[in-house]
Write a protein that binds this ligand. Sequence first.
Ligand SMILES: *[C@@H]1O[C@H](CO)[C@@H](O)[C@H](O)[C@H]1NC(C)=O
Length: 284
Amino acid sequence: MAGTKTIVFLLFASFIAIASAGNFYKDFDITWGDGRGKIINNGQLLTLSLDKTSGSGFQSKNEYLFGKIDMQLKLVRGNSAGTVTAYYLSSQGASHDEIDFEFLGNVSGQPYTLHTNVFSQGKGGREQQFRLWFDPTTDFHTYSILWNPQRIIFSVDGTPIREFKNSEYMGIPFPKNQPMRIYSSLWNADDWATQGGRVKTDWSKAPFTASYRNFNANACVWSKGKSSCKSSSVASKINPWFTQEMDSTSQARMKWVQKNYMIYNYCTDRQRFPQGLPKECRVN
Ligand SMILES: *[C@@H]1O[C@H](CO)[C@@H](O)[C@H](O)[C@H]1NC(C)=O
């Protein structure tokens, strides 16, 4: 009988997405930067830094196929012009999928730009950019990606700012077959990042530092060709995010952000797409 119980338990456990609350040693590897990336405070805090010689970066140990992933970031403060802090999910290979947050620094007192993009099967070009309604350098704020088979929702402190819907029925690929890792890097991009490349990095202010804490992934971990969430119908009962949609309150909040804080939307850029806007813009 004990045997049966164990089997039932194992079956049940295998449907549950792995909820993983923050220890950077356990979940991430610093991948480049020659000591400029550091995990400190017993794994509770991660910092990346950038100086004239190099930036730095890290990646998740796990690959994920769907999830609700939260991270708190505190961005480079003061004169951050020329610096880019990228925080994103990406699969590998030429026709990769990618879900991006990128924070473009600015001179002191001028606002950061939050740049977002979605790639599916190697095709991106779906930029939307925002201002933030707070100073992202004085405190930690939560940046989240909800990724399920029907939609991708980008949120900031729980407020949705962008939704990318699955519109495969229109022939547009949606990221749903390629597992992705979480990546972040702090690097110099003063040839384009700030005010179109006109403002350069002030290296006298280096090293520049960005900090990370409270990583939380409620996600399906991909390992050896298998997902930790085997059956989507069962997964959705245990993991509401698996079928989560935007309710009317979320829709209204996203509208508020897009009306007041969106500064670029590829879906309204008719100059860029003289032959007609991308098809998915009809529903996104
Ligand atoms: C920096 O500040 C300028 C002036 O407010 C603004 O036009 C620009 O969009 C800001 N962000 C970046 C990344 O250049």
